[in-house]
Design a protein around this ligand. Structure first.
Ligand SMILES: *Cc1c(COP(=O)(O)O)cnc(C)c1O
Length: 248
C-alpha cells in the first residue's frame, strides 16, 4: 500500500471493516439457531452507492449485490461489464418494478426478488424469452397485517391470499424459475413476529411448490430475525455501505 490511493483506499478500508462486522453477525446468528454460515447468501444492497463501491466489495469477496431501481442498476451493470456477459457480481433486483422496465432488468439481473403481480410475471417472461435466457425469481410477500385484499402502495408485495395464484402463473412461465419468497418486515412491527408469520406461510407454500425453497428475509436491522426463521438470503445495505443519502 503506497498511500496514494487517497479516498478510494480509505473507502475500501471502511467497507472491509463494516463487512467484517456483518460477517460476524451472520456467523453468530447462524450459530444461535444451529445453522451454518454457508446456508445463507449475503446480498449486499448497493443502491445509492457508486459502482466503484461494488468493485471494492468484489475485491473483498462479495459475490452478490442488490439494486432497487432499474435506471441506477443498469448504469452500474454497464460499468461493471454485466451487459457484455460478465457474470460477476450476481445482481439481484429487489425493488418495485414497472412492467416497462422488465426487459431492461432482464439484461443484467441474476435474480428478481420482487415479483409481486401477474403482469410482472408476464413481462419478465416475455423479456427473458426474447433474450434467450432463463431468470430466477422470488415472489415478494406483503406481510402487513390485515393486508389480505389489495396491497396498499409502499414497499410492494403480494398479499398472502393472492400468493398461490401468482406462484402458479410464475411456475407456468417458460422463461422463469420460481425459486422462493422474499419479504420485508413491516415498519413499526417487531420483525420476529412478522417473520414468524412469514415462516408459517412459507411452510405451507413449500408444501405446494417444493422447488421454491429459497427465502430472502432480513436486512441491516433484522438479519438475525431472518436467519432464525430460515432465510437463505439476507439483503444488507447500510450496515456495510453506511447511511444512504436518502431513504430507499
Ligand atoms: C434497501 C433495501 C435493503 C437493505 O436495507 P438496509 O436496511 O440498508 O440493510 C433490503 N431490501 C430491500 C428490498 C431494500 O430496498
Amino acid at each position: 500500500m503506497t498511500g496514494d490511493e487517497g479516498a478510494g483506499d480509505a473507502r475500501s478500508q471502511e467497507l472491509a471493516t463494516r463487512l467484517r462486522a456483518v460477517e460476524e453477525r451472520l456467523t453468530r446468528a447462524c450459530e444461535a439457531v444451529g445453522r451454518t454460515r454457508s446456508d445463507v447468501q449475503l446480498v449486499v444492497v448497493t443502491k445509492f452507492f457508486p459502482a466503484s463501491d461494488i468493485s471494492g466489495l468484489l475485491a473483498l469477496g462479495v459475490t452478490d449485490v442488490g439494486e432497487n431501481r432499474d435506471q441506477e442498476a443498469s448504469a452500474k451493470a454497464e460499468e461493471l461489464g454485466l451487459m457484455d456477459g460478465a457474470d460477476s457480481p450476481r445482481m439481484h433486483f429487489v425493488g418495485q418494478l414497472q412492467t416497462n422496465k422488465a426487459s431492461s432488468v432482464a439484461k443484467y439481473a441474476y435474480m428478481v426478488q420482487s415479483v409481486d403481480r401477474p403482469k410482472l410475471v408476464r413481462a419478465l417472461d416475455r423479456a427473458v424469452l426474447s433474450q434467450g435466457r432463463m431468470l430466477d425469481v422470488l415472489l415478494q410477500v406483503d406481510l402487513r397485517p390485515g393486508e389480505e385484499t389489495e396491497a396498499a402502495p409502499g414497499r410492494g408485495g403480494v398479499a398472502p391470499a393472492q400468493l398461490w395464484g401468482l406462484a402458479e402463473g410464475a411456475q407456468e412461465a417458460e422463461g422463469l424459475r420460481l425459486r422462493g419468497l422474499m419479504s420485508v418486515a413491516p415498519l413499526g412491527e417487531d420483525p420476529v413476529s412478522a417473520f414468524g408469520r412469514l415462516a408459517e406461510l412459507r411452510e405451507r407454500f413449500i408444501a405446494d411448490f417444493p422447488q421454491a425453497d429459497l427465502l430472502s428475509a432480513g436486512m441491516s436491522a433484522d438479519l438475525e430475525a431472518g436467519i432464525a426463521v430460515g432465510a437463505t438470503h439476507v439483503r444488507v445495505g447500510s450496515a456495510i455501505l453506511g447511511l444512504r443519502p436518502q431513504a430507499g
